[in-house]
Design a protein around this ligand. Structure first.
Ligand code: SF4
Length: 315
């Protein structure tokens, strides 16, 4: 197995505008490209192509980190005085609390900068390392955390998420964040047809979310957005769950999303289960901040080119 390599890059911008109307946020920050968590369903794999890398093993083994990201962010926010973002989504492409963050502290540095300017952050992660930055989150009113978790089963976890922290640690993070006054919920994603959407699995996970006092649960099904992502996912499926390969072929062979006829009744049932436990079923509410306009200093320099097309890692 190849060792993991880390490569610094010097971005011109760190705060990137999100232009896709379907995304519930206008600005994003991703301190890293590539993700050591290496989830086999990760649709951010395709973004590695923008670094001239492949979407396969290199995505988790060749990690680019944005040198001086907190300072670059500070300079950007200074230029945006008077039109600061209402909030910023951190971790829309790759996990901001992947292993390297323990040492590199780029996400922490960016949060420090956001705190200086009073800009709240919404963080998406699979790691309880976010607890390290509780002090900063508490300094920025309105900040929130989305912990991604779609199963409790240890085999499903390890088969599809080779290097993420254990589900119970993530649930504990949800509980501790809420206890500390930070709104934290669960992105129940990606729900895997036939594997993590059975009644027993879903109810077990929702019971655990309830016990963790999750502020919300937001369910969504697996999306296989590109041929590269599909190919990597099917490789894992073939190895770990060969009995489901044909069924997945039928569901995904022509589309990135599972067909509505399959998804809709399942999601309706899941939402009822969420509500039955007194939990809030949160959809991706649009909380949009002012768009960059042509007359905003440096608006034209706020290019998404640093990250390629924005992808939302709900899962
Ligand atoms: S799904 Fe999230 S945690 Fe997993 S590899 Fe992708 S970015 Fe990393």
């Amino acid at each position: 197995m190849n060792p993991t390599t880390y490569e610094p890059i010097r971005p011109k911008t760190v705060l990137n505008p999100v232009k896709a109307p379907s995304m519930p946020f206008d600005w994003s920050i991703n301190p890293y490209r590539g993700c050591q968590h290496g989830c086999s369903f990760c649709y951010a794999r395709s973004t590695h192509a923008y670094m001239g890398e492949s979407a396969d093993d290199a995505f988790q083994k060749h990690i680019f980190w944005k040198q001086d990201a907190p300072d670059v962010l500070r300079a950007q926010l200074r230029r945006m005085r008077g039109r600061l973002p209402a909030y910023v989504a951190i971790g829309t492409a790759t996990d901001p609390y992947q292993q390297l963050e323990g040492k590199a502290r780029l996400t922490r540095g960016c949060l420090e900068t956001l705190a200086e300017f009073g800009v709240p952050a919404s963080i998406t992660t699979r790691s309880p390392l976010v607890l390290r930055d509780l002090d900063l989150l508490q300094r920025i009113p309105g900040s929130s955390v989305n912990i991604s978790l779609h199963m409790l089963d240890p085999d499903v976890w390890r088969n599809f998420e080779p290097s993420t922290p254990a589900p119970r640690l993530r649930l504990d993070a949800v509980r501790r964040l809420n206890e500390a006054g930070i709104k934290a919920g669960v992105f129940m994603a990606p729900i895997l047809p036939y594997i993590s959407d059975g009644e027993e699995a879903v109810e077990g996970l929702l019971d655990a979310c309830q016990q963790a006092d999750a502020a919300f649960v937001s369910p969504s099904y697996l999306r296989l957005s590109t041929p590269e992502v599909k190919s990597w996912f099917f490789q894992t499926l073939q190895e770990a769950y060969p009995e489901h390969v044909k069924a997945y072929g039928r569901l995904y062979w022509r589309a990135a999303y599972v067909p509505e006829a399959y998804r809709k009744p399942k999601l309706e049932w899941i939402r009822r289960q969420i509500q039955a436990r007194g939990l809030r079923s949160q959809e991706l509410a649009a909380i949009r901040s002012p768009k960059p306009a042509a007359d905003v200093p440096n608006a034209s320099a706020l290019s998404p080119a640093d990250d390629g097309p924005v992808q939302l890692t709900l899962f």
